[in-house]
Design a protein around this ligand. Structure first.
Ligand code: GLY
Length: 372
């Protein structure tokens, strides 16, 4: 049963599309998505864990519609954003004889969404796709805005396309099957939004830590809608990340280096790396006089209270962290220009900027503070 339904429109130069928020929406997806499926067949992509919970109800919701359906399942985890999985699924899809109207539906978290989006962008030079994000991370960030990608040896998300979905269906009820670790990984992106652009929202988050951990439905709905609204506003101004959208990468240059150092082996979730990256960005801001030590301590205390990682060596002790290696990985970030390091830095809580030509020694010393 749907207890509340909210809508938001994302208006990018290339495409306008709705985000529909509610509870119980996966079981009603056929009805909500019918207007966005133009062809006579559609493909669902999911991972083995999400499929076990939600695939059947999604499929049943389409059962009364006269559509041909094919389902493609990938292993859960970052390793599925790879050339080999992309190639396998692409070939399987081509064997199912798609046409230009065949619609792809991504049912899952950020990995499934990014992979499916890239499949949609490239299958026959582009077919429509729909996001049904089931993780908090995907609901607050990755399902909105049209970034699609796979990883390769050169780094995370290095092969991809800006390709907007035709609709995003956010069923907040799907968060109930997530572990606390997965909720916190998504929460890292929520904090990111507050830190980069909304001090009032930051205060709200500090005040609602317990409700967030307890998966309070109203609080989760509020923070998901708030993050999507912030993202929609930024993406409308800067769809292809020529300017302000880069702020959404707060914590991500540190974070991507951490993920690469961990070899995407699943021991450090993307959201955990982003959490560490945002704390490092805050520490950098203290060194640069952007935020006070009191602000930093308050953020650190919030991390500890809610259960986010605060220290690389202590929280991810099975890796041997090396500050110099981590700094080298930062040069492979997509924001790097002319061999220089570009970081998103904090001017104060709720205000960030792009900073070019960061001093590598400072970045290395920040990593070292979280290793020693
Ligand atoms: N996840 C950052 C962005 O979509 O721009």
């Amino acid at each position: 049963m749907t207890i509340a339904l909210h809508h938001l429109t994302v208006e990018t130069p290339s495409h306008h599309y709705p985000i529909v928020f509610g509870t119980g929406l996966i079981a009603q997806a056929g009805r909500h998505l019918a207007p966005y499926i133009k062809g006579h067949k559609f493909f669902i992509v999911s991972d083995d864990q999400v499929a076990a919970h939600y695939l059947q109800q999604l499929e049943v919701s389409f059962s009364e519609m006269n559509l041909e359906r094919h389902t493609f399942i990938v292993p859960a985890g970052e390793a599925s954003k790879s050339f080999s999985i992309f190639e396998r699924i692409m070939n399987e899809m081509l064997r199912a004889e798609p046409d230009r109207h065949t619609t792809l539906i991504a049912l899952g978290g950020g990995v499934v969404g990014d992979l499916t989006g890239f499949l949609a962008a490239t299958l026959m030079r582009g077919v429509p796709f729909i996001q049904i994000p089931t993780s908090l991370l995907a609901q607050v960030d990755s399902s909105v805005g049209g970034k699609t990608a796979i990883n390769c040896a050169a780094g995370k998300n290095m092969v991809g396309a800006f390709y907007q979905p035709h609709a995003v269906l956010i069923d907040v009820g799907s968060l109930h099957t997530l572990s606390k670790r997965e909720i916190l990984a998504g929460y890292a992106e929520v904090l990111k939004y507050a830190l980069l652009g909304d001090a009032e929202f930051y205060t709200y988050l500090l005040d609602h830590a317990e409700a967030i951990i307890a998966k309070d439905a109203d609080v989760l709905m509020h923070i998901i809608r708030h993050c999507c609204a912030m993202k929609a506003e930024i993406v409308a101004q800067d769809e292809k990340e020529q300017g302000r959208r880069a702020l959404l990468n707060l914590g991500h240059t540190f974070g991507h280096a951490i993920e690469k150092h961990a070899a995407y082996d699943g021991t450090v979730l993307h959201g955990e790396a982003v959490a560490m990256g945002c704390l490092m960005a805050a520490q950098l801001a203290v060194h640069q006089g952007g935020i006070s030590r009191v602000d930093y301590d308050q953020l650190h205390q919030h991390y500890t209270m809610i259960g986010l990682p605060t220290h690389l060596s202590r929280d991810f002790s099975h890796h041997h962290w090396d500050a110099s290696q981590l700094t080298d990985y930062c040069y492979q970030d997509k924001k790097s220009e002319r061999g220089g390091l570009t970081f998103i830095t904090l001017n104060k809580i709720g205000d960030a900027q792009v900073t070019k030509n960061m001093d590598a020694a400072i970045i290395s010393s920040i990593f070292q503070e979280f290793i020693a």
